[in-house]
Structure formats: structure tokens, C-alpha cells
Design a protein around this ligand. Structure first.
Ligand code: 6PG
Length: 266
């Protein structure tokens, strides 16, 4: 169990993905308005995979256009493929979000997948973070929002089960790979994720129910997603009812528009 995680974790179950999208877009609008009111840019790190596409589209449609000028978008992780490859996370973020909004080019930060190796690409992305966040030695970036998914094996970002030094990794960005996921990867490390002020997991579908139970209910710390616990921030877990179907009711703090949901009784 990760100390203190219960205190700062909000698990919300929505009846469908559209409501998860609305929830993330509202959060985005409010966090970015707050950052900009304090005369800071709003920095968000976004995941790839399949789940976030409707979320990004909804964000593009509903977030107030004037906020984009002050918003900086970073990838949580990237696969080492060209940016126009169908497996590219940049391509997903570009198609669903960037191409639909007016955001200055300099506000879009990407992993340079033309680098010779994933380690080189990781080093370049590290430099980009150090420069944007004006980091001195051993400082970590503080993202306003990190949006994560969870794989059926319990990975998050491209931090896979079995990777060494997940919580005590000194680097900001590392290269990674897994037999269960395509392509070499570049990923933000767990300490960077846990330094964010808000981290959101968005997870849908019955196939994810067992891993969601293992992470949220059983607290299996062998699973990288179990190690996400912002040190000075909040973790919000947004699930649809299928992904939440193996959780006991007492764990869920807020249920939206659930109707009769077959929660397991303790
Ligand atoms: C990636 C991701 C990864 C993803 C999960 C969930 O590039 O693969 O960033 O961590 O979020 O694998 O993916 P789905 O949304 O496709 O289930």
C-alpha cells in the first residue's frame, strides 16, 4: 500500500465514457484557468493508448479557446515510431486535440522519435523538460495535470511491471520496453508523475476490471499503476461502471448517474 494514497484519492464512477470526457474537460478548464490567473502557464502531460481519444476531442470542443495560448502540452510517453505512424501517441494527441484548437506551435512539446535510440530520445526530452520548467540539478517538473491510462498488465505511462527503480528513479525520462506492448518507448518516470499537482487515471471497459481491483482494492504494489501517489497533489480515478465492476462499494467516493450498478458486496 502506498502511504497516504487513500487520503488524496478520489474514485469516481461514471455511467459512460462521455461523462468521463465531460469530467476531464471541466477539470482541465478549471485547472488551466487557475494556473493562468496566477500568471503561470498551464502544463499538461497526456497519455496515448485508445481510451483518451474521446476525452481529447471533448477538451478541444469545450475548453475556452483563449486558454490555449497559455497551455503547454507534453507527452506522458511515446512509442519510437514516426509522428505520423498509426501507433504514435503524438499522432493521437494531434488528431484528437491539437489539430482542433489554436495553440502556438512552441506550446507543443514532443518526443523526438527520429533520434537513433529510445535512450537518446529520452535524453532529448529530458533537456526539453529541464529548459521549460527551468530545473536545477535534481529538481523535478511539476505538471499541473498528468492524464494516465492503465494497461491490463497494470502498466501506466510506459512504466511496465518488472521495471527496476520505479519509485526511486533519479531520471525524469527513461527508455522502456515490454514484451506485451509494441515498440520501444520513452516515458516520464514515476517520480515525475508523483510530483504533479493533479493526476488523473481514465479507465474504461470490463477487461480492465480485474486490474482495477488489483490496483485500487488489493493494492498490489508489483503493479506500476499502484505506485502512482502524488506527493503533494491529488489522484483522481475516473472509471466507467464496467471497469469498476469488481470494486466494493465502500471504496467508491462518488458515483455519477449510476442507477442500479451491480457492485460486489463486501
Ligand atoms: C501508451 C500509454 C499507456 C496507456 C495504457 C492504456 O502509450 O500505451 O500511454 O500507458 O495509457 O496502455 O491504454 P488503453 O487506453 O489503450 O487501454
Amino acid at each position: 500500500m502506498v502511504d497516504g494514497r487513500e487520503r488524496k484519492t478520489r474514485i469516481v464512477v461514471h455511467s459512460k465514457i462521455d461523462h468521463i470526457s465531460e469530467s476531464v474537460a471541466e477539470l482541465w478548464q478549471s485547472l488551466s484557468t487557475k494556473a493562468i490567473r496566477h500568471q503561470r502557464p498551464f502544463a499538461a502531460a497526456l497519455s496515448g493508448g485508445t481510451t483518451p481519444e474521446p476525452l481529447y476531442r471533448h477538451i478541444a470542443e469545450t475548453v475556452q479557446p483563449s486558454l490555449w495560448e497559455h497551455t503547454h502540452i507534453f507527452p506522458v510517453d511515446e512509442r519510437m515510431v514516426p509522428h505520423d505512424h498509426e501507433d504514435s501517441n503524438f499522432r493521437l494527441i494531434d488528431t484528437a486535440l491539437l489539430s482542433r484548437i489554436k495553440i502556438p506551435e512552441k506550446n507543443v512539446h514532443a518526443v523526438s522519435t527520429t533520434a537513433a535510440t529510445a535512450s537518446e530520445a529520452a535524453a532529448l526530452y529530458d533537456k526539453e523538460l529541464v529548459s521549460f520548467f527551468s530545473l536545477k540539478k535534481s529538481m523535478r517538473p511539476r505538471f499541473d495535470l498528468v492524464l494516465l491510462g492503465i494497461g491490463e498488465d497494470g502498466h501506466t505511462a510506459s512504466l511496465f511491471p518488472g521495471m527496476k527503480h520505479l519509485v526511486d528513479e533519479k531520471k525524469l525520462v527513461v527508455a522502456s520496453e515490454s514484451d506485451n506492448a509494441p515498440h520501444a518507448r520513452v516515458t516520464l518516470t514515476m517520480p515525475v508523475i508523483n510530483n504533479a499537482s493533479t493526476v488523473v487515471f481514465a479507465v474504461t471497459g470490463g477487461r480492465k476490471a480485474p486490474i482495477i481491483k488489483a490496483i485500487l482494492q488489493d493494492r498490489d504494489i508489483a503493479l506500476p499503476a499502484s505506485l502512482v501517489a502524488p506527493e503533494d497533489g491529488e489522484l483522481i480515478v475516473l472509471l466507467d461502471r464496467e471497469a469498476a465492476s469488481l470494486l466494493t462499494k465502500d471504496l467508491i467516493l462518488i458515483q455519477h448517474e449510476l442507477g442500479k450498478v451491480p457492485f460486489r458486496r463486501k
